[in-house]
Design a binder for this molecule. Structure first.
Ligand SMILES: Nc1nc2c(ncn2[C@@H]2O[C@H](COP(=O)(O)OP(=O)(O)OP(=O)(O)O)[C@@H](O)[C@H]2O)c(=O)[nH]1
Ligand SMILES: [Mg+2]
Length: 465
């Protein structure tokens, strides 16, 4: 794949397409100033010479087409290297009619600009050293963020997040790798330039940092894409009623027939700025019905992948002891570390003083989904149980699947370096594993990239960004 040419001057609509009060058209590249000069006149009818104008200034005037004024606009001037792309850039704020937008874009193309490809402005910013690759990816996340926690994690990454830490680690590894390379040049003389104890210490520290970053992905991903919460329990306990109550919507079918829900029904809700993904599942029971059985298996599968399980129960159906056994069984099936909140439902039908036995169940909360009783308390418990609030300010949170993949590869290579050193691996093989780790760390921040990688990342951006 070929990257688009940076020598071209590009233009695009930077605001959302369609009607608006104003629209912003961006122009960037070496010929930005002459191109815009050829279509812009001041109110006194003069041509501006942007070359001699101070950067970061605003200019009011007309866009002129065949001596006819097309629109009154405001122009912002950014001179290279002090612009988003690092090149000469002009932003034209025009009136937001689609006709005007199209006419100005056409005019700019007639004068020598070409339409930008998706993400091309940000690609230039990256190629010109304005942003590293993980920051460029954060720009896309920021644009698409729709709730507070996605916004916050994107901002954190945009500010540099863990890029600096990774760059630092990588530089140290590079130093060692070059010392080992040097040893290879003196192979006959059997010298060691790279102190093995120091190298071992460094690689171990690095491995620890890489693992911590990788582990943060579960939370980072949940903050960005929503925290998965599975609503599980026996048939008829009110799981679908709870989903509907949380969403304030008739999303799932509710009935007093046991086994109503057979598939996983999912929807999202933002609570206190955190996005949760709720999944209503088929009631857990042994059944001869093949389809229902498949649904039950699916319930377990989703429960294993969730961050939180709401285990719903109905005191009219089960004693506290039975519920305790059910939860132990569930915990065994989904893993010891999975957080299960015991939710005693249908409390509108029971005298709470008679539910004393249930109060001793692990992480218990009493609600009535049907009458919305204690739902606010349940939401509070979700925030606490997910642990997100305490992690949100953590600036070493990996939210990007590509970064997680690269960290995994770097981790594998570092483990090979450590085992290699224990086994007295020769310098040349050690150097290979070190280089592999350096390579994968470099992919995260973009110190190493291929055209394909960039093409892949930036093609997902919108045009004009
Ligand atoms: N009184 C009362 N009834 C409830 C409450 N929650 C659910 N119900 C009733 O319990 C019955 C079963 O509710 P569902 O939400 O369909 O139960 P489910 O757990 O999704 O059942 P399956 O899909 O079959 O596993 C319905 O008749 C609901 O109206 C509650 O808080 N109070
Ligand atoms: Mg149901």
């Amino acid at each position: 794949m070929h990257l688009p040419n940076q020598a071209d001057t590009i233009c695009a609509l930077a605001t959302a397409p369609g009607l608006g009060a104003i629209a912003v058209i961006r122009v960037s590249g070496p010929n930005t100033f002459p191109i815009v000069e050829s279509v812009f006149k001041t109110k006194k009818g003069k041509v501006k010479n942007f070359e001699i104008i101070t950067s970061h200034t605003l200019h009011f005037g007309d866009i002129v087409l065949d001596d006819q004024t097309l629109d009154e606009v405001l122009i912002s001037v950014f001179k290279n290297p002090h612009s988003y792309t690092g090149q000469d850039t002009i932003e034209i704020s025009c009136h937001g009619s689609t006709y005007i937008q199209q006419q100005i874009l056409q005019l700019l193309q007639q004068k020598g600009a070409r339409l930008a490809e998706p993400g091309e402005f940000t690609l230039r910013a990256f190629l010109n050293g304005k942003l590293d690759l993980s920051q460029a990816e954060a720009v896309a996340d920021l644009i698409s963020s729709q709730h507070a926690s996605a916004h916050q994690t994107a901002m954190q990454q945009l500010r540099g997040g863990y890029s600096h830490a990774i760059q630092e680690l990588r530089t140290q590894l590079l130093n060692f790798a070059s010392l080992i390379e040097l040893e290879l040049d003196f192979a006959e003389e059997d010298v060691e330039f790279a102190n093995r104890d120091q190298l071992s210490k460094l690689v171990n520290e690095l491995l620890k940092s890489v693992r911590t970053l990788r582990e943060s992905y579960a939370t980072g991903n949940a903050l960005k894409n929503g925290i998965p919460v599975v609503i599980a329990g026996k048939p008829n306990v009110g799981k679908s009623t709870l989903l509907n109550a949380l969403l304030n919507d008739d999303k799932a079918i509710v009935s007093d027939i046991a086994g109503t829900t057979r598939d996983v029904i999912e929807d999202q809700l933002v609570i206190d700025g955190y996005r949760f993904r709720f999944m209503d599942t088929a009631g857990l029971r042994a059944t001869g019905d093949v389809i229902e059985q498949l649904g039950v298996e699916r319930s377990y599968e989703y429960a294993r992948k969730a961050n939180i399980i709401l285990y719903l129960c109905d005191p009219a159906q089960s004693t506290a002891k039975e519920i305790e056994e059910e939860i132990t069984d569930l915990q065994n099936k989904v893993g010891e570390d999975k957080f299960i909140l015991t939710v005693v439902n249908k409390c509108d039908l029971h005298d709470q003083s008679k539910l004393g036995d249930y109060a001793n169940l692990p992480n218990v909360i009493f609600i009535a989904a049907k009458t919305q009783l204690h739902l606010e308390e349940l939401k509070k418990q979700l925030i606490i149980g997910s642990g997100v609030a305490s992690l949100e300010n953590e600036n070493q949170l990996v939210t990007n699947a590509r970064h997680e993949g690269a960290l995994a590869k770097a981790e594998e290579a570092l483990v090979r370096v450590i085992t290699g050193m224990h086994g007295n691996l020769t310098s040349d093989l050690l150097a290979l594993d070190l280089k592999d780790a350096i390579y994968h760390l470099g992919l995260i921040t973009g110190e190493i990239y291929s055209d394909d990688l960039l093409g892949n990342i930036f093609s997902k951006f919108c045009i004009g960004k």
